[in-house]
Design a protein around this ligand. Structure first.
Ligand SMILES: [Zn+2]
Length: 324
């Protein structure tokens, strides 16, 4: 069964100097861990901090892309780039893990002309419209509500992304932004990393009507393993300064999957851990080689193998191929 993670922030760690070719103790993602876990692939997101100006954001996106390309080239015995189901399955047949590319924060598209097309030709297959603040494209779920959803420029960008086949990711956007994108986009969209509001009120999580809306558009919502998204009991948890309390149980992650499937249907749910963008995870999911345990957990909740195969990768891959 192919397991594909919709979101991790590995390129940031590459930029900071982690060698992904080595089995690094105590880290969430590297290539040996992906191989050991039998993970088919992961979207490595070029994460652009909200504080950067559009020009700086564009420059930094290409810096991260260079770091990523260098590490993939240096480990061609372990990994290869992929952009769709066919290339992932070709890589898997050769024993290689697939590295897909996403861009987290559309600000990086705005530094100069033609960046969207350039990144698409480099293999980037989704753009998360914003990060932790409102940007020139849309409102963030943790912003001030500058536009009331998509900005005029954001509306134009959605049309351009539809036209070239770049998948729109609404993780981090405000609920009004998600509604605007659902109304405007002619292609299915994704929510690559987060959880369900009805089980945990964190602002990053999605309410049921939007989970349903994304799934009805043919899209996918991908569940994370981040403690703060799992339960209100962790709403005061500081990921950078942990207070020593035990991490939430794995069962809470499964609860979010089960709820998402109840609302979205089994065709509308995927995996989006947020590894390397977070310091802590639910118990048992400390690194990417543990994802098969998540599969086992879902099996214990009664899902069949064909359902699991969809959630593990085929749903997300279907949304990617629907962009063409
Ligand atoms: Zn994120």
């Amino acid at each position: 069964m192919y397991i594909l993670d919709a979101h991790c922030d590995a390129p940031t760690q590459m930029y900071r100097g982690r060698d992904f070719g080595k089995d690094n103790p105590g880290v969430q993602v590297d290539f040996p861990k992906m191989l050991r876990g039998g993970v088919a692939g992961s979207f490595f997101a070029l994460y652009i901090p909200a504080r950067l100006s559009n020009t700086e954001a564009t420059e930094y996106a290409f810096t991260l892309l260079d770091c990523l390309k260098r590490q993939v080239a240096a480990n061609s015995d372990k990994v290869a780039f992929a952009t769709d189901r066919a290339s992932m399955e070709e890589n898997a047949a050769k024993g290689l893990v697939s590295i897909f590319i996403g861009l987290e924060n559309g600000s990086a598209l705005l530094g100069r002309k033609g960046v969207l097309e350039e990144l698409y030709s480099e293999g980037v297959r989704y753009v998360t419209l914003c990060h932790s603040s409102d940007n020139d494209i849309c409102d963030s779920c943790t912003g001030q509500g500058r536009w009331g959803g998509l900005s005029p420029l954001g509306r134009n960008l959605v049309r351009r992304m539809n036209a070239i086949g770049m998948m729109i990711d609404v993780a981090h956007t405000s609920n009004d932004t998600v509604r605007d994108v659902l109304k405007l986009s002619e292609k299915p969209i994704a929510y690559t990393h987060g959880c369900c509001s009805s089980l945990c009120s964190h602002r990053r999580n999605l309410p049921d009507d939007l989970i349903h809306g994304i799934a009805s558009s043919g899209g996918v919502v991908c569940m994370s393993v981040f403690p703060c998204f799992l339960t209100d009991a962790f709403s005061d948890f500081d990921d950078d300064n942990p207070d020593g309390r035990p991490m939430p149980d794995a069962g809470l992650v499964l609860d979010h999957f089960v709820h998402a499937v109840d609302v979205a249907g089994v065709e509308g749910v995927g995996f989006g851990t947020d590894y390397d963008g977070i310091n802590h995870t639910a118990k048992g999911f400390e690194s990417i080689d543990k994802l098969p345990i998540l599969m086992e957990g879902l099996k214990s909740r009664g899902y069949t193998d064909p359902d699991l195969a969809k959630m593990a990768s085929y749903n997300l891959l279907r949304v990617i191929s629907a962009q063409k």
